[in-house]
Design a binder for this molecule. Structure first.
Ligand SMILES: Cc1ncc(COP(=O)(O)O)c(C=O)c1O
Length: 393
């Protein structure tokens, strides 16, 4: 058994049961782990499909140039497909993209153009405008435009949706998925809803993005836009690939919660996944009080954690954000992977040894704390909901 080339290994990613991290969630929780794609993200699926559709339509000819505005993952996948198919690849990125992502793109032979992150989409300096201009000025080029090219969602309709349906043997009740271009969510959701209209679709959005507000009000509110840290999640435009009608609920998550959830996924599930995967996992906790033991939740993890080693997996970066309480010097010395030991010192008897030493160890305390915190948070949310119902709010 062998594959003709790396593109043949795209898709058919595993569905993995979440155990320790989801202990307090009443439902069965499974993750669709897209980092198993050869380019380590869900974007492999759309890059291949959009490029092959463009070839079939005669929009992309041999020796041509592919141009795209991308937060990084789509760029990597496009660069990978381009290298196999012999296209030149020019990518525009915002200055928010991590240095690791930029190096990865270059390693695949892509030309990278960095554009300012804090400008309006219509501004000529934005990464969208830059991509359009480059495509316009480059002969025999094609701008894939993942936000507006409906082959993006179609790729997930044809692959991700059927895979999840088959892997859960049709038992899925909730699909939790981050929304950026909306392609992953909308394509997968369309398939799942066709199979069973009762499957609940939970979109995940960032504070600082316009998507949730648009879903609620059908209005684009630029006041929603502000900088945030999670990459790939949320938008400052309304992408055509985002089919709002398929969404039953939209959940906003913070940069900080997303960061800790991502670190916990590595620590408790052995899954080194990306920052937005922590956002999606956080959203499962946000809806936990609506779940029951018969529910089957599928949460989609978009990419691999290795792309964020300089960010959420870097203690110094976490300290700089004010999320870990220790000095950068301590973090650099490896002391800050979680809140520093010194805060817990007074709990431990000075003479503690053996299993007592373990009981009072920092790791054991944090595990107990996390369990308590999760239980408390779920109960707390339920009480607020009940109180609001009683007061008719
Ligand atoms: C890491 C990451 N998570 C989530 C998303 C959102 O996926 P989609 O664009 O299909 O909505 C993206 C898209 O760029 C991404 O790169």
């Amino acid at each position: 058994m062998h594959y003709e080339n790396v593109l043949a290994t795209i898709g058919n990613t595993p569905l993995i049961r979440m155990n320790r991290i989801a202990q307090e969630i009443p439902a069965k929780v499974f993750a669709k782990v897209e980092s198993y794609n050869p380019g380590q993200s869900a974007k492999d699926r759309i890059a291949l499909f959009m490029i092959e559709e463009a070839e079939r339509a005669g929009k992309l000819k041999p020796g041509g140039t592919i141009v795209e505005a991308t937060s990084g993952n789509t760029g990597f996948s496009i660069a990978m497909v381009s290298s196999i198919k012999g296209y030149r690849c020019i990518l525009t990125l915002t200055s928010k993209a991590s240095p690791e992502k930029i190096s990865l793109l270059k390693s695949m032979g892509a030309q990278v153009v960095i554009c300012p992150v804090d400008v309006e989409p219509a501004d000529p300096r934005s990464y969208y405008s830059a991509a359009e201009r480059i495509a316009h000025e480059t002969p025999n080029s094609f701008y894939l435009a993942q936000n507006f090219n409906l082959d993006n969602a179609e790729a997930h309709y044809r692959t991700t949706g059927p895979e999840i349906w088959k892997q859960t043997r049709g038992k899925i009740t909730h699909f939790v998925c981050c929304a950026g271009t909306g392609g992953t969510l909308s394509g997968t959701a369309r398939y799942l809803k066709e199979k069973n209209p009762d499957v609940k679709i939970i979109g995940v959005d960032a504070y600082g993005s316009v998507l949730k507000k648009f879903w609620e009000t059908h209005e684009y509110d630029p006041n929603e836009i502000k900088p945030y840290k999670v990459e790939g999640l949320g938008k400052n435009i309304i992408p055509h690939n985002m089919n709002f009608e398929l969404v039953d609920d939209f959940v906003k998550v913070t940069d900080k919660d997303s960061a800790f959830q991502t670190r916990d996924l590595a620590k408790y599930e052995g899954l080194m996944v990306g920052y937005s995967s922590g956002s999606a996992m956080q959203a499962v906790f946000e809806i936990a009080d609506e779940l029951s033991k018969d529910d089957v939740v599928v949460v989609l993890f978009s990419d691999h954690g290795s792309r964020y080693l300089g960010k959420i997996f870097n203690d110094e970066w976490m300290v700089e954000q004010g999320w870990l309480e220790c000095e950068p010097a301590e973090a650099a010395a490896g002391m800050g992977s979680t809140p520093p030991v010194k805060h817990f010192e007074h709990y431990a008897p000075a003479e503690a040894t053996g299993s007592a030493a373990y009981f009072y160890s920092y790791e054991a305390m944090r595990d107990r704390y996390i369990k308590y915190y999760r239980t408390y948070r779920l109960k707390y949310k339920k009480y607020i909901r009940l109180t609001r119902q009683t007061l008719g709010l």
